[in-house]
Design a protein around this ligand. Structure first.
Ligand SMILES: *[C@@H]1O[C@H](CO)[C@@H](O)[C@H](O)[C@H]1NC(C)=O
Ligand SMILES: *[C@@H]1O[C@H](CO)[C@@H](O)[C@H](O)[C@H]1NC(C)=O
Ligand SMILES: *[C@@H]1O[C@H](CO)[C@@H](O)[C@H](O)[C@H]1NC(C)=O
Ligand SMILES: *[C@@H]1O[C@H](CO)[C@@H](O)[C@H](O)[C@H]1NC(C)=O
Ligand SMILES: *[C@@H]1O[C@H](CO)[C@@H](O)[C@H](O)[C@H]1NC(C)=O
Ligand SMILES: *[C@@H]1O[C@H](CO)[C@@H](O)[C@H](O)[C@H]1NC(C)=O
Ligand SMILES: *[C@@H]1O[C@H](CO)[C@@H](O)[C@H](O)[C@H]1NC(C)=O
Length: 360
């Protein structure tokens, strides 16, 4: 028996449900009679985000026509009879529009993706409405490198793995005011790393459905000490003197102080204060015995560096207050020797300067 005449027979005998099912059959490629095709060009796309409620719209022609919904080849609804056991699906027939026969799917998931058919059974020429449901998934980073510590000159390889639909694009960026560099891809490799490349790296995974998911990895670059500054301040008999040694190193260095060959340690009148990257030696009451050559040695497990400054007595020809603010502290580069000055000038200003420098 020809399928169209079967449908007609069913309609005539009032078996509309059978008629619908038989008609639906015509739109499934598996049971299409030879030579007939489904017009897929008229397929409507509905995009929904995973977890959201999807609404597939369909309208009946009038009060007497009947509808049915199919998910691929299985019937979900025939008229208002629910065939599907899935509690998430329901028919929406709105108050405003009695002819609405839309399918609502709650908590939509990727497994729901596919072709849905709303079939309308009426007096003549039943046409199905084909809807392709597309389910998109927001990006999510599910694995990323842990924080790394590397010696300067070494190589690092970071990875960042993310899921999502469409497949997220992965980008890396160095969170640094001086760096605008970005990388694309799951792997981010740096060879012969420099100290400037230390800091936080942000992985961003993005697709068109939601804002990117981001996570960061911290990169620590170790390097040996380098003495950036070695200064003396306020060297005058009877007043406190400060020697400040500034070293750059990761990990932070430990400091030692020498006067000539002799290691200095804390004792009454001599104080050593270490901060992360600096050490300050304070001699509370300068006497002539204190003049000489002072060396600061900064050490971490990658190396050591030293710098020296010598305290000598300079007697200025005149002692006006204007000469006091001018003496620039002496600076010695790495491994070299600088000269300090003993200034005979306004003690109050020197004292103020000393305390200021001590703080910083
Ligand atoms: C549609 O069919 C697929 C495959 O059988 C199934 O996994 C999914 O749950 C169905 N979705 C709905 C809303 O019926
Ligand atoms: C770093 O990478 C370069 C180039 O790939 C290689 O020649 C070198 O041996 C690597 N260094 C280390 C410490 O692995
Ligand atoms: C980065 O390094 C990893 C492992 O060392 C390697 O598998 C990957 O191919 C490298 N990627 C690039 C872009 O060089
Ligand atoms: C500063 O560092 C030196 C050498 O590491 C150490 O002997 C001294 O106790 C430290 N001083 C302070 C105040 O931490
Ligand atoms: C500084 O040392 C001198 C000589 O040792 C001493 O006379 C003076 O009282 C000391 N001053 C202070 C403030 O300790
Ligand atoms: C100070 O001491 C350092 C280390 O002992 C030495 O290299 C330098 O030549 C000395 N400088 C002076 C001016 O004596
Ligand atoms: C200071 O550094 C030089 C090399 O730069 C080294 O020869 C010297 O022994 C060091 N001095 C100290 C006290 O560590």
């Amino acid at each position: 028996m020809d399928i169209m005449s079967a449908v007609q027979d069913a309609c005539v005998s009032g078996q509309w449900l059978t008629a619908i099912i038989l008609s639906l059959c015509c739109f499934l490629p598996s049971c299409l009679p030879a030579g007939q095709t489904v017009d897929y060009a008229s397929t409507e796309n509905v995009v929904s985000r995973q977890g959201d409620t999807a609404l597939l719209r369909c309208y009946l022609l009038d009060g007497i026509s009947k509808g049915a919904w199919l998910n691929r080849s299985s019937i979900i609804f025939a008229g208002n009879d629910k065939w599907s056991v899935d509690p998430r699906v329901s028919i929406v027939s709105n108050l405003g529009d009695k002819h609405e026969y839309s399918l609502q799917i709650q908590k939509v998931d990727v497994t729901d993706e596919g072709l849905y058919t709303c079939s309308i059974q009426s007096e003549r020429n039943p046409r199905p409405k084909l809807i392709q449901l597309i389910v998109k998934v927001p990006p999510k980073i599910y694995d990323i490198s842990s924080d790394v510590t590397v010696n300067e000159g070494g190589n690092i390889s970071l990875f960042c793995l993310a899921s999502g639909k469409p497949e997220p694009t992965i980008t890396w960026k160095h969170i640094s005011p001086s760096s605008k560099h970005t990388w694309t891809g799951e792997n981010m490799n740096i060879t012969a790393i420099t100290r400037d490349a230390a800091g936080e790296y942000e992985c961003g995974a993005g697709n068109d459905i939601a804002s990117p998911d981001t996570r960061t990895v911290k990169v620590v670059v170790n390097y040996p000490p380098h003495i950036q500054e070695m200064k003396s301040h306020g060297v005058r008999p009877g007043l406190p003197a400060l020697l400040r040694c500034e070293a750059s190193a990761i990990p932070y260095p430990s400091f030692e102080w020498y006067k000539g060959e002799k290691r200095l340690s804390r004792k009454p009148g001599i104080e050593i204060k270490n901060l992360s990257s600096r050490s300050v030696l304070t001699v509370s009451n300068i006497t002539e015995d204190h003049y000489g050559n002072y060396t600061c040695v900064a050490t971490n497990r990658l190396g050591t560096a030293n710098a020296s400054v010598s305290l000598t007595l300079i007697i200025e020809p005149t002692t006006t207050s204007s000469t006091v603010s001018s003496p620039a502290p002496n600076t010695a580069p790495y491994g070299s020797t600088g000269g300090g000055e003993v200034l005979l000038a306004c003690p109050f200003l020197l004292l103020a300067l000393s305390s200021l420098l001590y703080i910083y």
